[in-house]
Design a protein around this ligand. Structure first.
Ligand SMILES: Cc1cc2nc3c(=O)[nH]c(=O)nc-3n(C[C@H](O)[C@H](O)[C@H](O)COP(=O)(O)OP(=O)(O)OC[C@H]3O[C@@H](n4cnc5c(N)ncnc54)[C@H](O)[C@@H]3O)c2cc1C
Length: 274
């Protein structure tokens, strides 16, 4: 049976098709799905496209920002309201990939991909998922990632998060062996709001340090309520590896990832690496 492509005019129609047909796969930007088709990993079933304009809606008006799951990295880069996400969007492949790659697809990209999701995790984003014609359900991104491998494919319609305290409060770095567009050895996002010169509500996330993006809770505890000085940064470096389960792959070994993580974390916290 050949691969069939169906275009849905509404998100509800697409969600219903995904939940009702085991062979259905959502085709967003297609940077990963079309590779699977071209390389023979997907040989039959239905590719579901979403034509609903709401799927690509970018809403930055209020204190809460909502991005349709079909928003591309290029669209993020075109928005001055989303300037704090530009380093993460710019870290995804080259210009051709960024013009197609969506933020929704990035949530499903397997490590060491998934760099943009790391920034969303540090922003404590919520993911809206729609199953069938019923309404959407909102889940914290951390829970969504933990459950990602289980169950049937559901349509992610949007991602939302509170506007950061300031554009500079979100830091992002990606370590790769090939510049400017290599695959991640690891990536780190740090949301570091300050109050009275001390860190208040730090959220640190890693990419490529576990099967999905993860929060670095030990580091967050080490930073909380402290000034961001050399002693605090050293305390954070000491617990950098807590909870990590990096893989060995073509880009780096597990050992190498563990070795370089505290180095990049320390430089980022010191403001030397972005
Ligand atoms: C040359 C190249 C370089 C790359 N470099 C990077 C990089 O540096 N960093 C990085 O993170 N990634 C990279 N990628 C991977 C990929 O481009 C990105 O992760 C991208 O964000 C995936 O989005 P997409 O829209 O293309 O996903 P697609 O290929 O359309 O979909 C990927 C998977 O997600 C599912 N999916 C997509 N959207 C939804 C949704 N809304 N609801 C439910 N399921 C959905 C699809 O069904 C599929 O299983 C690269 C890819 C290529 C080909």
């Amino acid at each position: 049976m050949p691969v069939d492509v169906r275009t849905c005019q509404t998100m509800a129609e697409a969600a219903s098709m995904l939940s009702g047909d085991r062979t259905a796969t959502l085709l967003a930007g297609g940077t990963l799905v079309m590779r699977d088709v071209n390389e023979g990993r997907i040989t039959d079933g239905t590719l579901v496209r979403v034509a609903d304009p709401a799927f690509r809606l970018v809403s930055t008006g209020g204190g809460r920002i909502e991005l349709g799951a079909g928003t591309t990295m290029a669209m993020v880069l075109a928005s001055q309201e989303l300037v704090f996400l530009h380093p993460a969007a710019r870290a995804i492949g080259g210009p051709a990939v960024r013009s197609a790659a969506t933020i929704g697809g990035n949530l499903f990209a397997e490590a060491p991909y998934g760099d943009f999701t790391v920034a969303l995790l540090a922003l404590e984003a919520q993911v809206t998922v729609q199953a069938g014609y019923g309404g959407g359900r909102t889940t914290p991104l951390e829970e969504f990632l933990a459950a990602r491998e289980r169950g049937r494919q559901q349509l992610v319609t949007a991602v939302s998060f509170a506007r950061p305290q300031s554009a500079g409060a979100l830091r992002f770095c990606k370590a790769s062996r090939v510049r400017p567009k290599g695959i991640s050895v690891l990536s780190i996002a740090a949301y570091l709001p300050m109050s009275g010169g001390r860190v208040a509500g730090a959220r640190i996330a890693y990419g490529a340090m576990a099967p999905t993006a993860i929060r670095a809770k030990g580091v967050e505890r080490a930073l909380e309520g402290r000034m961001l000085d050399a002693a605090t940064i050293e305390a954070a470096r000491q617990v950098a590896g807590e909870g990590t389960r990096p893989a060995t792959d073509a880009i780096a070994s597990e050992w190498y990832r563990r070795e370089v993580l505290p180095v990049h974390l320390g430089r980022m916290l010191a403001g030397e690496e972005r």
